[in-house]
Design a protein around this ligand. Structure first.
Ligand code: 13P
Length: 248
């Protein structure tokens, strides 16, 4: 892991009611002494309450997506400014569940990244290949292509991270080997340096996809892994805290 504090982000996806705020509070309590940056990205409906409940703790709150416009006639959408107004400090963009189910292209993701920067949010930009692409030997080309297409030049000098989430590892219990993770993270690092020069050497590259307490330590200490984006295992404080601890 790089010298900077690892970033451990929990993506709650479409999970969580007000009763789940107790779980977030338990995460904040357990993470008090951690050196990691810890973030919870709840559904938008919980953002404001969670940011108030976690105020004064080390745990930050983030969004899971944002529209590229600031406001307007976009039924059902939430803008980056709205997330920031509700207390979010970061935002996940380009998650594969949105790239696949909502047809989000690299261009759309890049527009959303610009919106996040406009609103003062720190983007976590997701990339990752499908199983078919990996089996066809295209994983490196697909992912580095997503990195180049989804990261606008405006990111230069701004805080952001990239999350490598192989689509086939999300919610399946399957993970790439450590060697496969390192190979991909090195390729992403090279693309970041190409795009952003020396600053690209410092951008955290998170791994996501079936991270759990039992595999977190090995993954988090692999070369070029600067943290984790955690789905299912972030919903229970005890599991998420074990992952936060593994980052130390
Ligand atoms: P799981 O940890 O449930 O596999 O989800 C990963 C993910 O999609 C995080 O954004």
């Amino acid at each position: 892991m790089t010298a900077r504090a690892p970033l451990i982000a929990g993506n709650w996806k479409m999970n969580g009611l007000r009763a789940s705020l107790a779980e977030a509070a338990a995460i904040a309590k357990g993470a008090e002494q951690s050196a990691a940056r810890v973030v919870i990205c709840p559904p938008a409906s919980l953002l404001h309450q969670m940011s108030e409940a976690l105020a004064g703790t080390r745990v930050l709150v983030g969004g899971q997506d944002a529209h590229w416009e600031e406001s307007g006639a976009f039924t059902g959408e939430v803008s980056a400014e709205m997330l920031a107004d509700a207390g979010a400090k970061l935002v996940i963009l380009g998650h594969s569940e949105r790239r696949t189910a909502r047809g989000e292209t690299d261009e759309v993701v890049a527009a959303k990244v610009r919106a996040a920067l406009r609103a003062g949010l720190e983007p976590i930009v997701c990339v990752g290949e499908t199983l078919g692409e990996r089996q066809a030997g295209q994983a490196l080309a697909v992912v580095t292509g997503q990195v180049r297409g989804s990261l606008p030049a405006e990111l230069a000098g701004r805080a952001f991270s990239v999350a490598y989430e192989p689509v086939w590892a999300i919610g399946t219990g399957l993970t790439p080997t450590t060697a496969e993770i390192e190979e991909m993270h090195r390729a992403i690092r090279a693309s970041l340096v190409e795009l952003f020069g020396a600053a690209g050497a410092d951008t955290p590259i998170l791994y996501g996809g079936s991270v759990k307490p039992s595999n977190a330590r090995e993954i988090l200490h692999a070369a070029e892994v600067g943290g984790a984006l955690v789905g299912g295992a972030s919903l229970k404080a005890v599991d998420f805290l074990a992952i936060v601890e593994a980052a130390a």
